[in-house]
Design a binder for this molecule. Structure first.
Ligand code: ZN
Length: 138
């Protein structure tokens, strides 16, 4: 079995962002030379997500509105923020949107559904954050 490991770095200009990272993951798969296996992509921070969905700007606005209803930003709303932090909402948003995506690798390509794309979801940006790509297979 072969494996490949790569880290993507992000420092988004805004606090919140959805970035389509499918091209970066495909590039790492190409470089790995692995043709059959699995590709794991996970956020390495507890206030950001990796998830798979449609690359459609209206949907991304819908996600943002929905997340803000479920876990609104607010320094005085959460126990976690009593520690002096202000990012309790980002922890909750991360949990809702998920930590990782696992995609099958078939004939050297990410075996995604017709509209599936891999996204990095940032909920507490404006600082350096990492995403792990781990590909295993033959
Ligand atoms: Zn925190």
């Amino acid at each position: 079995m072969r494996s490949a490991t790569h880290y993507l770095w992000f420092n988004t200009p805004n606090k919140y962002a959805f970035l389509n990272i499918t091209p970066q993951v495909e590039e790492q798969l190409d470089q790995s030379g692995i043709k059959e296996g699995l590709c794991l992509v996970n956020a390495m921070h507890i206030t950001s997500s990796v998830f798979i969905n449609d690359d459609e700007s209206g949907l991304h606005r819908d996600f943002s509105v929905w997340l803000e209803k479920l876990a609104p930003f607010g320094k005085d709303k959460y126990q976690h923020n009593l520690t002096g932090e202000d990012n309790a909402d980002a922890h909750l948003k991360r949990t809702i949107m998920g930590r990782e995506a696992v995609v099958a690798v078939t004939q050297g390509k990410l075996d995604l559904g017709p509209w599936e794309q891999i996204f990095y979801g940032e909920f507490d940006g404006q600082r350096k954050k990492r995403v792990l790509i781990k590909i295993i297979g033959e």
